[in-house]
Write a protein that binds this ligand. Structure first.
Ligand code: NAD
Length: 456
């Protein structure tokens, strides 16, 4: 595949056109109209790629992008203003400002699990901050990729936003060996995240890495078990478990474990019927490779609910696993499928030991009736973010910066933070010329006492 010239994007960026507030606002509006015009195509594509229902597609793909556009459009003018900050004694009577400068030409790489929102939402940040962008969608959600290609190519010049399909192993090195991007925003697995980070390091390109991980979920003895089961089941089995912030495994207090499993067993059929394979609400694994990987975990414990699967349909039933050893593969890899290991604990130390095997998860969840316990658990477990008495929904609040730490990523975005991520904070000091005391200039001999008074 021949690579289009990326110099055209650099030229477009250097022209300054993308930097004005009017231009940025216009592009956001255009993108919103294009998404709405293709709403039906997006539903159909996500149904094809992941068997997502229209409702799920609205909540987790289209709606979330539109609401991000709304937030950005309402805040953008203010965010773009230079921010005046105080000036220290040494530099008075200068004045100091932080201006927000676009990074330049950025590369955005998306995954397949929420293929629409995870490519479009970073793009909104890039547009809002005045950048040009190259978009690289995942090759594993081809129907959604085709619709996004249409949306982008029908509405934006390739000198401004270039849409590059193809196999990541080939396309990404091709792009990065031929062009020095000013920022790379990558969403995907930790394994590939490391490859991207290394390639970016060659040219010291700043990166945002939105990676995966094993997000633990603790259910305390005083939790509302019915609510916990509903919220955990919703987050775990949506999109057939292929959600970066899904609760990976549950660690439940031994005193309520049986009750919790019972509650889950009653909840799951209410959501997806007795036969989820024919449920309108239940998704599919993306491909055979992922299907086979997740199926292999079924032997890592006792299946106490579910377990049925069908490779032809890429179907795996919502499944609960009991008696799982912390040494088993399912407790080492990110599960990324509809299989929920349920472990139990008695002491806090046991929980911390399990979590320490996969430190710095993308998210952390705790269900408890006690504010004190909630605070203690939150403080004890380093994580990208999380919820108390809920799972995954923090991601949908665009007032909260979203991202991981350590193996689950670096940097964050959503709402104002997306604008910040794609902007460089440029610090400027302005010094008047009417005041220019000799003390600041050599010879310095004998001025130490004065320097000590001003700088301390
Ligand atoms: P992936 O890492 O396989 O692929 C992501 C992107 O990287 C794709 O566009 C792909 O083409 C490209 N790619 C793949 N191999 C490459 C290589 N060797 N060199 C360069 N580029 C390459 O990830 P995935 O399987 O699409 O997504 C699933 C993972 O993403 C899970 O781990 C999940 O937790 C994570 N994820 C994280 C978030 C988040 O916001 N933190 C969101 C969704 C998914």
């Amino acid at each position: 595949m021949s690579l289009p010239s990326l110099d055209a994007l650099r030229k477009e960026f250097n022209s300054g056109e993308t930097r004005t507030y009017a231009f940025r606002k216009e592009q956001l509006k255009k993108l919103k109209s294009a998404i709405l015009a293709h709403e039906e195509d997006i539903y159909n594509a996500l149904q094809k790629d992941l068997n997502k229902s229209r409702e799920e597609t609205w909540v987790t793909e289209i709606g979330i992008v539109l609401s991000e556009i709304r937030t950005i459009m309402s805040g953008l003018k203010e965010w773009m203003q230079p921010e005046r900050v105080a000036t220290n004694l040494l530099n008075l009577p200068s004045s100091s400002f932080i201006t927000k400068e676009p990074m330049g030409v950025v590369l955005i790489i998306g995954p397949w699990n929420y293929p629409f929102q995870l490519l479009m939402n970073p793009l909104l940040g890039a547009i809002a901050a005045g950048n040009c962008a190259v978009l690289k969608p995942s090759e594993f959600a081809p129907a959604t990729s085709a619709v996004m290609k249409k949306i982008i190519e029908e509405n934006f010049s390739p000198d401004y936003i270039l849409y590059m399909e193809g196999d990541g192993v080939t396309v990404i090195p091709q792009l990065m060996n031929n062009f020095v991007f000013d920022h790379i925003f990558y969403t995907g697995s930790t394994v590939v995240g490391k490859i991207i980070y290394k390639m970016a390091a060659e040219n010291l390109i700043p990166v945002t890495l939105e990676l995966g991980g094993k997000s633990p979920c603790i259910v305390e003895s005083d939790a509302n078990i019915k609510v916990a089961a509903r919220r955990i089941a919703l987050a775990k089995f949506s999109n057939c478990g292929q959600m970066c912030v899904a609760p990976d495994h549950v660690i439940v207090h031994h005193s309520v474990k049986d009750a919790f499993i019972q509650e889950l067993k009653q909840t799951i059929p209410k959501f997806f019927s007795e036969d989820p394979s024919s449920s309108y609400n239940y998704g599919r694994m993306i491909n055979e490779k992922q299907f086979n990987r997740v199926i292999s975990y079924l032997s890592n414990g006792n299946v106490v609910y579910g377990g049925k699967h069908d490779s032809k349909q890429l179907y795996i039933e919502p499944t609960l696993l009991d008696n799982v050893s912390t040494d088993s593969p399912i407790m080492k890899d990110e599960i990324f499928g509809p299989v929920l290991p349920i472990l139990s604990f008695t002491t806090k130390e046991e929980v911390l030991k399990i979590i320490a095997n996969n430190p710095n998860p993308l998210s952390f969840y705790v269900f408890t009736g006690s504010d004190k316990k909630a605070k203690q658990w939150s403080a004890a477990i380093p994580a990208g973010g999380g919820c108390i008495n809920n799972c995954s929904w923090h991601l949908t609040n665009d007032h909260l910066p979203f991202g991981g730490r350590g193996f689950s990523g670096t940097g964050s975005y959503h709402g104002r933070q997306s604008f910040e991520t794609f902007s460089h904070k440029k610090s400027i000091m302005k010094t008047p010329t009417w005041f220019d005391p000799d003390i600041k200039y050599p010879p310095f001999k004998g001025k130490l006492k004065l320097f000590k008074m001003v700088i301390r």
